[in-house]
Ligand binder design. Sequence first.
Ligand code: NAD
Ligand code: DAU
Length: 337
Amino acid sequence: MKHLLVTGGAGFIGSNFVRYVVAEHPEVTTITVLDKLTYAGNRANLADLPTDRVQLVVGDICDAALVDQLVAQADAVVHFAAESHNDNALADPDPFVTTNIVGTYQLIQACVRHHTRYHHISTDEVYGDLPLRSATETRKFTPDSPYRPSGPYSATKASSDLLVRAWVRSFGLQATISNCSNNYGPYQHVEKFIPRQITNILSGIRPKLYGNGKNVRDWIHTSDHSRAVWTILTQGQIGETYLIGANGELDNRTVLAMILQQMGQPADAFDWVGDRAGHDLRYAIDASKLERKLGWHPQITDFSVGLQQTIDWYSKHKDWWQPQKAAVEAKYQRENH
Ligand code: NAD
Ligand code: DAU
């Protein structure tokens, strides 16, 4: 695998993956990033990478001719590009349907035409949500969990997964799929939960907690996600789905309490705000298939350590996030969040 096409490589997880491949896999000589540079994409996420190895093509995954041309030159495609934020999907589902469903369709059609290896990045949200954990309730999502998406974002991601599964069976698409839990780490957009709270505190704005704060997310550092994707891309079995998670279940109130404590703020220095419509209660990933069959394990297993690194990164990179901060907060205020 010498030439990778990485869609959405100027976004949060995609750019961390590109950085990981550049640093750890010299056998990959060129990485072409196809990214539309929506509000969530940022050239700066790829700054300082060697230009003889990483090229950014600004374009749309829905552009069939462009996709065909780029796929024809690639040994493998890793597809991260998506509209990714639940609150935005509730406000306007339109770009989610177009990018997440039609964009994936264009990519897999081109991969079938050119017999190109394809890895599809997806989310645990396709499985809906779980009841809160208790002595008797310990279930997690597995690759056999039924598809039960709750909102417009997860419904479009579920649709894209189903297209990939059907194209494997009907057209011989050489694909693997991974469904990962909530990522955190550097370069995450300030609209998302953890960066929003950190950058609120750094901006003198009180953090905001939705609903009753009891919703549980299963946190994984984005560097562990990158290694898992590489492992599946190079060792995964065609047609298989792998779940990626790091046993990082925490409720939102606990995560916010850790952020406040690690940033030297009083425990009550936050505001309760309106809940998200259809808010999923709990996600939890059983990653044992990936661990057992492909030998992947997370390296950042202490969330407070990864969180401190993330706080340090946002503290040192104000020039990266400040230009978008005011507009994001103004939008949240209009939406009662
Ligand atoms: P992000 O919003 O930070 O980045 C998405 C990138 O895709 C941006 O660079 C954007 O410009 C680009 N993009 C959007 N529409 C495009 C289009 N039509 N054509 C080309 N490029 C386009 O998202 P992220 O959080 O990095 O998520 C990346 C992928 O990982 C998504 O597929 C998402 O569903 C999945 N995922 C995310 C998480 C998470 O916690 N963030 C967890 C599991 C899976
Ligand atoms: O589970 C994987 C998914 O994780 C990915 O597929 C999505 O792309 C990614 O955005 C993320 O979705 P969530 O909706 O879980 O992430 P978000 O950061 O938006 O919110 C995390 C939790 O925090 C959720 O329960 C809502 C809550 N929240 C969010 C914000 C922005 C707050 O309490 N306050 C906030 O200000």
